[in-house]
Design a binder for this molecule. Structure first.
Ligand code: NAD
Ligand code: TDX
Length: 356
């Protein structure tokens, strides 16, 4: 019988990329639990409709009865926990949902996973895993010459989003230390690729370039992020799930630091090439420097050498190849873009950018 894994947040950006590739691999049955917030889109998983390898359940990770029943009904062998509120700007305007889902939701999942795990046979207990997908933002901000974040860098979260993720990481750590729950935590840098909601820098830039709209760059545009193609992140998660040592944390990153303005310029150049008939060429004329994000972290950089050395993971894409693939995906999935930029999306863009 296929091994079942429970994936929370599997209809979001990274989660759907993970579910699509995992359900396509033989011998794994994926149960996706997703609340379908504005960021979740069941159509991301449309190619799995009717598949015996996948079950979709709409629900909240804070619903403990539902989580309890899914763990037992599907005889779950591992939980991969993506579900979260994930956008820093939204956490600045409305932090409460971040505390509920990221902290309260992770707590609910851990409690149910612990009780379920304690009921398993000795073999089941040994092989069970709870993989918590987290972020490099828990480590705070780096100066220009600081070394990259390692797994030993002290936590210093600066936004409500980062603080909520840091809290969830600490809870996961405590459930391993106190109860022995076989947890794994991954702390990854900025992802980009197919199915990313166009509130984040890269898809927002592509969408606005496509529509001839202003491309907002915060502050001086020199904040640095360390970019990783989403497939490489998914591959890291599969590797950690299979080979990671319970109780350990693993940093994930592509050693691909870029200033925001360089990212935006690269996208504009590729849009000039890939949409030669666009009336907005050169797209870089759309760039508009706007008021900075409050508390904006200056630089992130991830040292992923532990994951490479101990588990043998390697990213396959570099930024140049990954960003081209990403733009090509958005250009060939305009119906996906149209379906996600509905009324609620327009309200967010108005609230976020109108007065900047
Ligand atoms: P996303 O916002 O695209 O997707 C989040 C998903 O979680 C959505 O499908 C949403 O419907 C679901 N969700 C939200 N609240 C829920 C709840 N209470 N119950 C059930 N489902 C709920 O996020 P993403 O960018 O795919 O990020 C996934 C995870 O990876 C998050 O935990 C995030 O912190 C982490 N992460 C993201 C990045 C990045 O660059 N995007 C980098 C490192 C880590
Ligand atoms: O319009 C914009 N203009 C701009 O200059 C937006 C939306 C962002 N930015 C800047 C802010 C950041 O320096 O671009 C950079 C990237 O911003 P986001 O795409 O919002 O990502 P970030 O805040 O870095 O967080 C992301 O990476 C870590 C994800 O959203 C998190 O979920 C993940 O944990």
């Amino acid at each position: 019988m296929a091994r079942s894994i429970l994936v929370t947040g599997g209809a979001g950006f990274i989660g759907s990329n993970f579910v699509l590739r995992t359900a396509a691999a033989s011998g794994v049955h994926v149960v996706t639990l997703d609340k379908l917030t504005y960021a979740g889109n069941v159509h991301n998983l449309a190619t799995l409709r009717g598949s015996s390898e996948h079950t979709f359940v709409q629900g909240d990770i804070q619903d403990r009865e539902l989580v309890r029943s899914l763990l037992r009904t599907y005889d779950i062998a591992a939980v991969v926990h993506f579900a979260a509120e994930s956008h820093v700007d939204r956490s600045i305007l409305g932090p409460e949902e971040f505390i509920r889902t990221n902290v309260g939701g992770t707590f609910a999942l851990l409690e149910e996973a612990k009780t379920y795990w304690q009921s398993l046979s000795a073999d089941g207990k040994n092989s069970f895993r709870f993989l918590h997908v987290s972020t490099d933002e828990v480590y705070g901000s780096l100066g220009p010459n600081d070394p990259a974040f390692t797994e030993n860098t002290p936590y210093a979260p600066n936004s409500p989003y980062a603080a909520s993720k840091a809290s969830s990481d600490h809870l996961v750590r405590a459930y391993h230390h106190t109860y022995g729950l076989p947890t794994l935590t991954s702390n990854c840098s900025n992802n980009y690729g197919p199915y990313q909601f166009p509130e984040k820098l890269i898809p927002l830039t592509i969408l606005n370039a496509l529509n001839g709209k202003a491309i907002p760059v915060y502050g001086d545009g020199k904040n640095v992020r360390d970019w990783l193609y989403v497939e490489d992140h998914c591959d890291a998660i599969s590797t950690i799930l299979k080979l990671g040592k319970p109780g350990e944390t693993y940093n994930v990153g592509g050693s691909s630091e870029k200033a925001n303005i360089d990212v935006v310029n690269t996208i504009c150049e590729l849009m000039d090439e890939l949409v030669p008939g666009s009336p907005s060429r050169p797209h870089k004329n759309l760039i508009k420097f706007v008021t900075d994000r409050p508390g904006h972290d200056r630089r992130y950089a991830v040292d992923a050498s532990k994951l490479r050395r101990e588990l043998g993971w390697q990213p396959q894409e570099n930024f140049r190849s990954g960003i081209r693939k990403t733009i090509e995906w958005y250009l060939s999935h305009k119906e996906w873009l149209d379906s996600v930029v509905s009324g609620a999306y327009k309200d967010w863009i108005a609230a976020q950018y109108a007065t900047r």
